[in-house]
Design a protein around this ligand. Structure first.
Ligand code: GAL
Length: 980
């Protein structure tokens, strides 16, 4: 007999209560606590159920609040580093990772798919499971993501049928992709116990054709396809805003009910007040998830930063540092706490680690760095933005009351927006206090008969809990925010947090007069009428020990300011819970006999203090024994500080060799092997000009990077001028030569905000034509087009099919006969993939690869100040000898007079690390990921410089820079980097 969902949650509720009563017999206050949340997931070979009710996910019937961060494996092309970032996320309180899987990254050609090396999805999913993170999987087929064509493969741009509709040709291609992804994913589902994939998204912010048959038919097709492939976890979609698109029941799911989640995305601007929906929202469809009353509040993407377009116009040319500054920890607290108050229990922050849109991955709108101003920067460093993520993530995982919050009676505090909620199962109350003004607000909040003094900094928020059961005690209230409650070292440890120097008051119910000792920091305390009140100003770690209050297990109250809270690392092991304090990062804890073994990172010398289960007497840090002593707090403390990283020395770059790289401009260049432009029809959205052949590069199988064209002009060759119409993304350019002589360079206009308009980057370059040496003799026109990838297709208008390359060519004053040939990138690099290599002569000849013999090239010194239109290559090698126990994050800096009109494609060991445009910017630092970068070995750097000849060009300064260094890290396997 099948149970209805209503019955199921009623039963789940009973189970929850039963567990709670069973676990709370001890002590003065018998309190109905909900079951502890499900612990970190593993591939444990057991079957699991993944369901939900209107409050939260229910994993094996236990409530789970999802605190997830977005990371794109394709933006970190070094599989060892996946583990690094995932471990950092887990340690900082995330319990899930959300990933896009990008079709174009895996498919160089129809029917060809690659899931090996840096594309090893299976390895990524295994690593996530080993790290103890759930996975939200988002394979599209369309993903947007500021990636080339929104994730569609280059080859799809030349196929017929409208993408993102129920068109059969498109569906056949999309199915092929999903089949290949699902073959891997099915075996990693949490339901099967063979992995931790918990939820699966189809499509992305799909808001086209919602009201027409093709939209629902398309969604229905994807749903059934994914199910047919054996994906049995709940599926979802991310509504672009709170529109109520693709609610349960809005399309045919083949009779299946209750396995579909509604979610919506939100990218609030920092100047905006956080919007309400759900519990406090307007209700109805525009109320967002309240439009879907039977599914839990779900935000598949909530802004954790924002991207920056070419020219850096959104962040005043200051780049991602400004994104991070304007969307700082306070921004996150304001929005995420508002979400929590509104009933969101599935939360994913886009991006949590942004990474790098290396090679030709970026959509035209963005430059190479996709740092995003996220909580972890592109160099894998933790930033101060982690404070709210760390505090809330650990809280939501360890204090179960937050999984079920209902709106409670309205309460006011002058000058603040107050959300009042309660957990009807436990009686806990939660207040979210938000300050939308530009000045700090001090106010009074009535809580449980007391008037609590509260201060909220400008444009910030705080969470205040009352009636909360923490371990075996009940906290009547605290103006500090709870972060965790756990039992370790034979005491209950409660951590409360807030901004440094804030005064706090915390009241604990203690039936009997307790013994209270302030072990560290300063705090006032008093006991009266069964209530212990502790007042402390936050600074470092204030420790208050409480015992003799009628509860058998003593209490250690830790009051931590934000910075200190980031150095507190709770961890569950099979033999009990551990709380560590001090190091920059704790990656793992294992208890073995009397020893607690830690792995982790230090960035400066740091203390190590550990609360561990009874019997643990010794500490080990990254494999080395650490002498430790017992403290009055019941912890073990390392007698000496853990060392910081060894100094990292980066060599200056020199020994350059140089070679000019555009032989295609020479009239005698042999282009007989090039593709003849002989097509007359195209599936592009760009019209083919009447009477001319198709010149669009994609139609000839050239999808990434530069493309060369050569025309032989015969007959009447005495044209006065030539018009070259071309289409690229933003920042595209065209260079032309006639008979080897430069005609000039045309560049797509340098930006205003219009840089991000899609599909409109077409221009016509007009060049006067110099007289031919001999009238009537054949002439050769050579054209190099730098394409800037394909537009995304956010509105499902096939904008990814806008032509790239030359589109039309006309001659004024003559009517030559013209025959065109073109040439773009060679066959996809079998290791580095389709987006690595473009169609420059040097790329085709392997000049970017390690091991290429450049002995015959000219020696060169930087800086250079050459003038001339064309391509010049520079190569050098450098050797690093970073200490094996140090994780050094290294970048390459390019800098020059911003007037100089040139750009550089950067190749490290043959890997295309991105594009530097000197006179557009704003990016100057390019992250070189370890694995591709040999931190103990020799590296080859190659720069392909395109200069337009209007100014002197460089490069000038090219240098290595240290972006971060930690003692610790993860073992890094070299990423294969084959030579020619
Ligand atoms: C969302 C989209 C993501 C990404 C983001 C902006 O609307 O779903 O893929 O494009 O915007 O970074």
């Amino acid at each position: 007999m099948g149970l209805s969902r209503r019955h199921f949650s009623a039963l789940a509720g009973t189970a929850v209560l039963g567990l709670a009563l069973g676990g709370s017999a001890d002590g003065a206050c018998a309190w109905a606590a909900p079951a502890p949340p499900a612990g970190p997931p593993r591939a444990d070979r057991r079957r699991h159920t993944v369901g939900f009710d209107r409050h939260s996910l229910l994993v094996d019937g236990r409530r789970l609040v999802l605190w997830s961060g977005e990371l794109h494996p394709f933006r970190l092309p070094s599989p060892s580093l996946w583990r690094d970032v995932l471990e950092k996320m887990r340690a900082h309180g995330y319990n899930a990772v959300s990933i896009y899987v990008s079709w174009n990254y895996h498919s160089p050609a129809p029917g060809r798919y690659d899931f090996t090396g840096i594309r090893d999805l299976d390895l990524f999913l295994r690593t996530a499971a080993e790290t103890g993170l759930y996975v939200l999987l988002r394979p599209g087929p369309y993903i947007n993501a500021e990636i080339d064509a929104g994730g569609f493969p280059g080859w799809l741009t030349a196929t017929k049928g409208t993408a993102r509709t129920a068109d059969p040709t498109y569906l056949a291609h999309a199915d092929e992709w999903l089949t290949r992804v699902n073959e891997i994913v099915a075996g990693h589902q949490y339901t099967r116990g063979t992995g931790t994939v918990l939820l699966y998204q189809i499509e992305n912010e799909y808001d086209a054709f919602v009201a027409e048959p093709t939209g629902p038919a398309y969604m229905s097709h994807l749903y059934r396809k994914v199910r047919a492939d054996g994906i049995d976890v709940p599926l979802f979609h991310n509504d672009k805003g709170r529109n109520g698109y693709w609610l349960p029941g809005s399309f045919d799911t083949g009779g299946e009910k209750g396995r579909w989640l509604y979610g919506f995305d939100g990218y609030p601007s920092p100047s905006q007040d956080p919007p309400d929906w759900g519990r406090f929202g307007p209700g109805g469809v525009t109320g967002g998830a309240s439009a879907s009353p039977d599914t839990p509040g779900f935000v598949p993407e909530f802004g954790g930063g924002w991207f920056d377009p070419w020219g850096g116009v959104w962040f005043k040319k200051k780049g991602y540092a400004e994104s991070r500054r304007t969307r700082d920890a306070a921004y996150e607290r304001r929005f995420y706490l508002t979400n929590l108050a509104n009933g969101i229990t599935l939360h994913n922050v886009y991006m949590t680690f942004g990474g790098t849109s290396w090679g030709w991955l970026p959509a035209p709108v963005v430059y190479t760095s996709y740092d995003y101003g996220a909580a972890f920067d592109e160099g894998r460093n933790a930033t101060a933005k982690l404070v709210p993520m760390h505090q809330l993530g650990h809280l939501l995982q360890r204090v179960p009351d937050f999984a079920v919050l209902e709106r409670a009676e309205d309460v006011t505090a002058a000058g603040l927006k107050v959300y009042h909620l309660t957990n009807p199962e436990t009686g806990a109350h939660v207040h979210v206090l938000r300050n939308d003004s530009a000045a700090p607000v001090t106010s009074t909040l009535p809580v449980d008969g007391a008037d609590l003094p509260v201060t909220v900094p400008a444009r910030d928020a705080r969470l205040l809990a009352s009636g909360l059961r923490l371990g075996r005690r009940r906290m009547r209230y605290s103006t500090a925010q709870p972060m965790l409650a756990l039992t370790a070292a034979r005491r209950e440890i409660v951590v409360l947090t807030g901004r440094r120097d804030e005064p706090t008051v915390t009241a604990l119910e203690c039936a009997e007069r307790p013994t209270v000792t302030v072990l560290d920091g300063s705090a006032e305390h008093r006991w009266a009428d069964g209530l212990l009140t502790v007042e402390a100003r936050l600074g470092g770690l204030t420790r208050v020990a409480v015992s003799g209050d009628g509860v058998a297990t003593p209490l250690l109250l830790l009051l931590a300011d934000d910075e200190t809270s980031l150095r507190l690392w709770p961890r569950d092991t099979p033999s009990g819970t551990v709380l560590a304090h001090g190091p920059h990062l704790v990656r793992s804890v294992t208890l073995e006999g009397t020893t607690a073994r830690f792995t982790g990172d230090t960035v400066t010398p740091a203390g190590l203090e550990v609360w561990a289960p009874r019997g643990v007497e010794e500490l080990e840090w990254n494999g080395a024994r650490v002498a430790a002593e017992r403290t009055a707090s019941g912890s073990l403390r390392a007698a000496r500080e853990l060392p910081g990283p060894a100094p990292v020395r980066l060599p200056a770059l020199g020994g350059w060799r140089r070679r000019s790289g555009n032989p295609e401009a020479e009239p005698g260049h042999d282009d007989s092997g090039w593709r003849r432009a002989d097509l007359t029809a195209s599936h592009s959205t760009t019209p083919v000009p009447a009477g001319q052949p198709v010149l669009f590069a994609d139609d000839y199988g050239f999808h990434y990077g530069d493309v060369w064209y050569r025309a032989r002009l015969t007959g009447d060759t005495d044209a006065r001028s030539v018009s070259l119409a071309y289409s690229t993304g933003t920042q595209g350019l065209l260079m032309a030569w006639l008979d080897g002589r430069p005609l000039g360079t045309h560049r797509m206009p340098v930006p205003g905000n219009s840089t991000i308009r899609q599909g409109t980057w077409t221009a016509t370059a007009e060049f006067p034509v110099p007289d031919a040496d001999r009238a009537g003799a054949p002439r050769v026109l050579s054209v190099l087009v730098r394409r800037m990838q394909h537009d995304q297709d956010g509105k499902a208008l096939d904008t990814h099919k806008a032509a790239r390359g030359l589109t039309a060519v006309t001659f004024d004053g003559a009517g030559p006969e013209v025959s065109w040939r073109l040439q773009g990138e060679p066959a996809a690099d079998p290791v580095r993939g389709p987006q690595n290599t473009g169609g420059l002569h040097g790329e085709r000849a392997g000049w970017h690869l390690p091991g290429f013999d450049d002995g015959g090239w000219q020696r060169a010194e930087l800086p250079r100040a050459d003038r001339g239109q064309g391509v010049t290559w520079y190569r050098t090698t450098f050797t690093l000898a970073v200490d094996a126990a140090t994780d050094a994050s290294v970048g390459l800096v390019l800098d020059d007079d911003p007037e100089r009109a040139y750009r550089v494609q950067i190749f490290l060991n043959g890997w295309n690390m991105g594009q530097y445009i000197n006179d557009v910017g704003p990016q100057h630092t390019f992250v070189l990921p370890n694995g591709i970068l040999r931190t103990r070995g020799t590296n080859t750097l190659a720069l392909a410089v395109l200069s337009d000849g209007t100014t002197e060009s460089g490069p000038a300064r090219v240098a290595l820079t240290l972006l971060g260094a930690a003692a610790g890290g993860v073992p890094v396997a070299p990423v294969p980097s084959p030579g020619p």
